[in-house]
Design a protein. Structure first.
Lengths: 209, 399
């Protein structure tokens, strides 16, 4: 596990525990929550707008390029890579992959694309509750957040240390190899109205790894 | 050979329910001694000593107790014994209990308040554990799907029966039975570590606008499906979708100060209920005049059903848990952590009351299981028994 990944996983688990949820209802798979439908993106962005959340990104103006479209100012949604097939199925209905941005200069490396006022970042480490839906399908937690929703504090002068002592001698008298990380951090939800976990299932199970 | 080994000892007073012992390591060997029963005349079904090694398997134990004669004998517990745990990642679940997953593992749920689950074989749960349900279709269009997917605290009635904090007495609920349901795919499973962070957002299952309106409790009291871990003095915010009724509690919209969320103060708490007092708009809110909470959601509405929730938004500005006789020097928060109905100390040190705390933990659990011969014994002893324990993590584990 990468050293900084531990910090990210802690913040992830914290958001899943503490932020309020919206179950997706715009999909068609008949579950609770449903798969993501376009109306879910609209609903969550509208909710955050109504709650006076700040958006992360300003929009991208349209250009005269085939297959592209203007991008709205947007909140970030942190999603699982396993949902990318569902996003692909919505392309052409308001969903734009980042390669369809007028310019993807401002697209982040993990950015999958954009829907209405939401820009989607995907990660294999996004939280998934296996078999937890009403119909026993996997439930995906997509944290949609405004700029002022969450803060993360690395405590002063105490970032992260990798503690590693190599097994230079393997024997009964020198069993002192160790590998650990040590860090001091704090997280807080600074504005609870500016964050929602949009819960969803998948359109269909893909199988595979 | 003591480079990596860990040794710990201590004692606790049994509540008669499974007991969690938090440690800074995950033991591979545990020994128990029931001091109270050792100091009692030989009595049938009294378990005086127990021993567990991780190689026996989780939930097992060797016990030493009195048979009917009474003579001291050895026996084995195969369920509800001792197990180690490491609560470090969210969203882990126990085995799925459903039709065909275990021989004759059918179960039923009553359409009552509270809903009562009856299982064909021992459910293995303790009061305070948390479960979720799935696929509660009695027919294609009836059943109890409205409560599926919600983490709920369990109250054990007996070894094959438990209740959950859900009012399923409404006309839209049809009693569920996995033996006769559509497709027989209904299931439940335990949420192993439901409280890695506390306090948590929680699903609301009842609101008493007046005394005992929807459950036994005071006026202005809210019942949650799973433990909320709020503190007296804490601020909370409500998110109640309109089908559930009591939208006047919601933090937004605020008609007096647009955009400013309405937060409520908690003035009393139990494991699954809390009472609200004044809010940020009014010192004496007229909760009795609000719309009644409506748990009787239609079956057809369950796809995409949004649940009523409460979230913690502010801590208590009076510092941490107060030191008291017998407490730790800097007492950590006491939390209901899903292992039992008893609050346990966080292993992560002191914290401001009501502030979010990381509740990751590890250690071992002493169950209330019975033996193969001593069939009505309880490993953890009776309420009030003093249990001494020693836990080990060994340097060298050959097998």
């Amino acid at each position: 596990m990468a050293m900084r990944q531990a910090e990210d996983l802690i913040l992830r688990d914290y958001i899943v525990s503490a932020a309020s949820d919206i179950n997706a209802g715009g999909g068609s798979n008949g579950d609770n929550p449903t798969n993501l439908g376009l109306s879910d993106f609209s609903l969550v962005a509208t909710t955050l707008d109504s709650n006076n959340a700040y958006k992360f990104m300003s929009g991208i103006e349209g250009m005269d390029r085939f297959g592209t479209g203007p991008i709205r100012s947007a909140y970030f949604m942190l999603s699982s890579t396993e949902l990318q097939t569902d996003f692909d199925s919505l392309v052409g209905q308001g969903v734009l992959n980042n390669w369809n941005y007028p310019t993807n200069a401002s697209a982040l490396p993990s950015e999958w694309g954009s829907v209405f006022n939401v820009r989607i970042l995907t990660s294999s480490e996004a939280p998934v509750a296996r078999g937890a839906s009403a119909n026993a399908q996997d439930v995906y937690y997509n944290a949609v957040m405004g700029k002022q929703a969450v803060t993360h504090i690395n405590q002063d002068g105490y970032s992260m240390n990798l503690i590693y002592r190599d097994p230079y001698y393997s024997g009964m008298l020198a069993q002192n190899a160790t590998l650990a990380v040590k860090f001091a951090q704090a997280q807080a939800i600074t504005q609870d109205t500016a964050i929602r976990n949009l819960l969803c299932t998948r359109l269909s199970s893909l199988g595979g790894p | 050979m003591a480079e990596y080994s860990r040794l710990a000892k201590g004692h606790f007073t049994s509540t008669g329910q499974s007991q969690v012992v938090n440690l800074p390591f995950q033991p591979d060997r545990v020994e128990l001694l029931n001091y109270t029963l050792a100091n009692t005349n030989a009595t049938s079904q009294n378990v005086v000593r127990a021993y567990w090694d991780v190689s026996m398997g989780q939930g097992q134990a060797v016990i030493e107790g009195y048979n009917a004669t009474p003579a001291l004998i050895f026996d084995v517990i195969s369920s509800g014994g001792i197990s180690s745990f490491a609560a470090g990642q969210l969203l882990q679940y126990g085995p799925v209990y459903s039709h065909n997953s275990v021989a004759s593992a059918d179960f039923s749920i009553t359409a009552a308040n509270p809903a009562v689950v009856t299982t064909a074989t021992a459910h293995g749960l303790g009061s305070g554990n948390v479960v979720i349900f799935s696929n509660l279709y009695q027919t294609a269009t009836t059943g109890m799907q409205q409560m599926a997917g919600v983490p709920m605290t369990v109250t054990v009635i007996n070894s094959t029966s438990f209740s959950v904090n859900w009012n399923a007495s409404g006309s839209n609920y049809t009693a569920f039975n996995s033996a006769t349901s559509t497709g027989n795919v209904g299931s439940w499973k335990q949420v192993l570590y439901p409280y890695l962070y506390a306090p948590e957002q929680a699903v609301i299952t009842g609101i008493n606008r007046t005394v005992n309106e929807q459950f036994t409790g005071a006026a202005n009291t809210i019942q949650t499906a799973a433990a909320h871990n709020y503190q007296v003095g804490q601020e909370v915010a409500f998110r109640i979708p309109s089908p559930w009724g009591t939208t006047q509690l919601n933090s937004l919209p605020d008609v007096l100060i647009p955009g400013s969320p309405i937060y409520w103060y908690v003035i009393a708490v139990t494991q699954n209920t809390f009472t609200v007092g004044q809010n940020s708009l009014s010192a004496v809110p007229n909760v009795a005049g609000y719309t009644a909470f409506n748990p009787n959601q239609t079956f057809a509405s369950f796809p995409g059903l949004k649940f009523p929730q409460v979230v913690p938004v502010g801590d208590v500005n009076s510092g941490g848990v107060q030191i008291s006789a017998g407490s730790q020097l800097y007492p950590p928060p006491l939390l209901w952590n899903g292992y039992s109905n008893t609050q346990a100390s966080s292993i992560n040190g002191p914290a401001i009351q009501g502030a979010f705390v990381n509740n990751t933990s590890q250690g071992f659990v002493v169950g209330a299981g019975a033996g193969r011969v001593l069939t009505t014994a309880s490993l953890v002893g009776a309420n009030g028994n003093v249990i001494y324990w020693a836990a080990y993590f060994d340097d060298l584990s050959v097998n």
